[in-house]
Design a protein around this ligand. Structure first.
Ligand code: SAM
Length: 282
């Protein structure tokens, strides 16, 4: 029955990446977080861990030379790839046409800064990306905010950022990224990635972060995010002191904290997103 098995796709290897980059005379920039995956096994692992299936429309941010894009096209119904670098966005359709012509019709490439993205068509169900590291958190939060049809996703980020995104209240790494991501989704770490699977090799380790959308708290998001920003701007202070500016004065902050059932002498790092939402609603 071997004939019924789909033929495994030619994913990009290190020589392919070198050849494609040389064709563009591309010098990967740190500013755009350009570290390209050169290892097909890593791509397969990402796609498998993301749980993407034939009904999924996937949005990918930063397709680069197409390593992950090809792996996603193999399993998804459609892929919309958002790339800020015109040379990379321009090359991607021909790379896919070369490596996997039968999958070309499933790909849309959009030349855009993901930080400015408002909509994606067709409406995506999943977000899978090897994110540019310096903008990973704002890109993730932006997509969760702007694309309500996103049900789940998997992103590769700097290991330290993976820790922060998935941190529970009370832990050392818990902070603004953790609590804002928790507004939209259940977030968890989904594995570690070494440096050698990239070209050029970054000088930090990477980690995978999985998320599944959840019902957000019943509160105003912008107001909740304001109080989160205020609480963590001075994270060593008690909430009574840290939120004095936000509430108008320390006594006013204490009153609102008490009204929300929160100890005014606690610190922001012990509050969950539901606590912040309650506080914002006082
Ligand atoms: N997905 C490819 C891979 O795994 O080999 C490349 C990943 S590389 C870490 C990040 C990619 O994001 C680069 O192609 C870079 O040009 C692109 N990028 C950087 N900032 C971006 C932004 N604000 N919006 C969209 N793409 C961006």
């Amino acid at each position: 029955m071997a004939g019924l098995r789909p033929v495994p796709l030619n994913l990009l290897t290190a020589p392919d990446i070198r050849r494609l980059a040389a064709g563009l005379e591309l010098r990967p920039t740190k500013q755009l977080g350009q570290n390209f995956v050169i290892d097909p096994n890593t791509v397969r692992r990402l796609v498998r861990t993301a749980g993407v299936g034939p009904d999924d429309v996937v949005v990918e941010v930063g397709p680069g030379l197409g390593s992950l894009t090809l792996g996603l096209l193999e399993v998804a119904k459609h892929v919309v790839a958002i790339e800020i670098d015109a040379r990379l966005a321009g090359l991607l359709p021909s790379t896919v046409a070369e490596q996997a012509p039968e999958l070309s019709h499933k790909l849309d490439v959009v030349l855009q800064d993901a930080l400015l993205l408002d909509t994606v068509t067709p409406a995506p169900t999943a977000f899978v990306a090897n994110l540019p590291y310096n903008v990973a958190v704002p890109v993730l939060l932006r997509l969760l905010e702007k694309l309500p049809t996103l049900e789940r996703g998997l992103v590769m980020v700097q290991a330290e950022v993976a820790d922060r995104l998935a941190a529970p209240p009370g832990s050392k790494t818990y902070g603004i990224p953790s609590v804002k991501a928790a507004w939209y989704a259940d977030v968890s770490k989904a594995g570690a990635i070494g440096r050698q699977v990239f070209w050029p090799a970054p000088n930090v380790d990477s980690g995978l972060v999985a998320f599944t959308r959840r019902e957000p708290p019943a509160a105003d998001r912008e107001k909740t995010f304001e109080v989160i920003d205020a609480a963590f701007a001075q994270r060593r202070k008690t909430l009574r002191a840290a939120l004095a500016g936000w509430a108008g004065s320390a006594p006013a902050a204490e009153e609102r904290l008490r009204a929300a059932g929160i100890d005014p002498t606690a610190r922001g790092e012990v509050l969950g997103v539901e606590d912040f939402a309650r506080l914002a609603a006082t």
